[in-house]
Design a binder for this molecule. Structure first.
Ligand code: GLA
Length: 391
């Protein structure tokens, strides 16, 4: 069974510092870490002014940085062979490419926003699975943003954190070319341990929602199907455009304002189904928060499943591997399960009684072998903390 450990923060931080020294022949000034995320419920709602409920993963990206005397930037990773090198001005759209766009793009976006960003050397390392729908890209952006903010003497208070969210988003959309919403960066910069973060993109508010998984003897199991997912090509942008078209057809500024009865009356079958997912998904997020408040875990499980069905049938962003995880996990004792993240591959999240964890993982592995899929990888998630400096 493939089980992905988050690793020990102290060891990962030392490994990142050692990698920095080996790559650049000097010591890093500081190391920051930023978590990946798993979204409990509320998918593709963020760019529709809607609701979502993500959780920070214990799996994180670590960024070691040091100031340079000139205006240049070097960005390297223990997970990649190439080093990106250029100027901060040259790290904008059309400049940095590949994985380095997420890191160098943040420096460009920070400078564009008026931050006093010096030339820096950066080395990143981490345990967020890449391309698994668990926001390795936001973890990368936010680890660099927090490291550089601290390097330039900024206090990592709420104001700084909030200010960094749109800059990390800019790196992702304008430099890396992935037109994503703000869920991943917000949770990476604001999450609190043991909680999910209820995000409302209608008014940009958020609040921590305590989960109490341990007391309920439950856990979150994330299963990476290893069907790779990339947000800069195809499907994600199509869904965004379809949602905008549906909102236009309904005469509303965003699907957050759409009424289900009006959606059901849409002539266009495709737009009707896309909009129906968004409108019902917002309701499911609100219902999940209520059920969590009441400790009604069976209701939470049912909402997760309903969300998956909506993404599979109406939004059409699931795939056979994700459907197999969901069906198998529930048959093996999970209270609920759904695909999570952008879709078209990536990961599923299941709500599992601790006593059934092993059985669920084994059942999913067996089902994957039977279906001829690549073996999946599992992560057990204790809701973790937001991006921070590593002392
Ligand atoms: C990706 C994007 C997010 C969000 C999800 C789907 O993770 O980065 O902004 O849209 O997909 O909910």
């Amino acid at each position: 069974m493939a089980f992905l450990d988050p690793g020990d923060p102290v060891e990962l931080s030392s490994a990142t510092r050692a990698g920095f020294r080996a790559r650049y022949g000097a010591d890093a000034a500081l190391v920051a870490r930023a978590p990946g995320r798993v979204n409990l419920i509320g998918e593709h709602t963020d760019y529709n002014a809607g609701l979502c409920l993500p959780v920070a993963l214990p799996h994180a990206t670590y960024a070691a940085v040091a100031r340079r005397a000139d205006d240049r930037v070097r960005v390297a990773s223990l997970e990649a062979d190439d080093t990106w090198e250029g100027t901060i001005a040259g790290a904008g759209p059309g400049g940095a490419t590949g994985w380095a766009a997420y890191a160098a793009g943040v420096l460009w976006a920070m400078r564009e926003a008026g931050h006093d960003v010096p030339g820096v050397d950066v080395l990143v390392h981490g345990t967020v699975p890449l391309g698994a729908g668990l926001s390795s890209s936001a973890a990368l952006e936010c680890s660099v943003a927090v490291a550089v903010a601290a390097l330039t003497g900024r206090e990592l208070d709420l104001e700084t954190r909030r200010a960094l969210v749109p800059l990390c988003m800019r790196a992702e959309s304008e430099v890396a070319g992935a037109p994503t919403g703000g869920m991943d960066q917000t949770v990476a910069l604001l999450a609190e341990p043991g909680t999910a973060l209820l995000l409302d993109f209608g008014d940009d508010s958020n609040r921590a929602v305590p989960l109490g998984l341990e007391d309920a003897e439950l856990t979150l199991l994330v299963t990476d199907t290893r069907v790779s997912h990339a947000l800069h090509d195809g499907g994600y942008g199509d869904r965004r455009a379809e949602c905008e078209a549906a909102a236009a057809a309904l005469g509303v500024a965003s699907l957050r304002e759409a009424e289900l009865s009006a959606v059901e009356a849409l002539d266009d079958d495709l737009l009707r189904r896309r909009a129906r997912h968004i409108v019902t998904e917002n309701d499911r997020v609100a219902a999940t928060v209520t059920a969590l408040g009441e400790g009604d875990w069976n209701a939470v499980g049912r909402l997760l499943l309903a969300s998956h069905v909506s993404m599979r049938d109406d939004f059409e962003i699931s795939c056979d591997e994700l459907d197999t995880v969901v069906t198998t996990a529930v048959e093996a004792g999970a209270l609920g399960s759904r695909m999570t993240g952008g879709g078209f591959g990536g990961s599923a999240v299941s709500l599992v009684p601790l006593a059934r964890l092993d059985a669920v993982m084994r059942a999913v592995d067996t089902a994957f072998v039977a279906a001829g899929f690549r073996p999946p990888a599992h992560l057990q998630v204790d809701p973790a903390a937001r991006a921070e400096l590593v002392p």
